[in-house]
Ligand binder design. Structure first.
Ligand code: CO
Length: 141
């Protein structure tokens, strides 16, 4: 985990089209993917940010965990994802160290990445995701 780069920072938004316009036209980021992630009930839009990605999340239904997290806010920082080479080994190491895990086993994130969330109760209230990219992430940047 030491030196793990940031894979992406995810922001949940109420109005995805307005958020895309803000991040591309106003701030100058480039959109590199847009896809539905059924497992998390979100539509995700990735924006290139150097070697990292800003990911905008739009909940697909009002009662999903991500939608409840946003609440009444127009947008809200949802999680930071750190890129790891071996997610299964990292999860085992963290669990052995007493970290509470939301996902004991990796699940599918955007574009086939293997991801797992750590429980905010173990991470100072901040939601942290571990992310093992499918293939070379730089192919997409
Ligand atoms: Co994520």
């Amino acid at each position: 985990m030491i030196d793990a780069p940031i894979d992406h920072v995810a922001i949940v938004v109420a109005d995805l089209e307005s958020a895309i316009a803000l991040y591309t036209r106003t701030l100058g980021f480039t959109q590199i993917y847009r896809e539905t992630i059924p497992d998390q009930a979100v539509e995700a839009v990735g924006l290139r940010a150097g070697d990292s990605i800003i990911e905008l999340l739009r909940p697909l239904c009002d009662d999903s965990p991500v939608a409840r997290f946003r609440g009444e806010a127009a947008s809200k920082l949802h999680h930071t994802a750190y890129r790891v080479a071996d997610i299964v080994a990292e999860l085992a190491r963290l669990k052995a160290g007493g970290v509470r895990l939301i996902d004991e086993c990796p699940r599918r994130g955007a574009h086939g990445n293997r991801i797992a969330f750590l429980h905010p109760k173990s991470t100072g209230g901040v939601l942290i995701e571990l992310c093992q990219p499918a293939g070379d992430v730089r192919d997409r940047l």
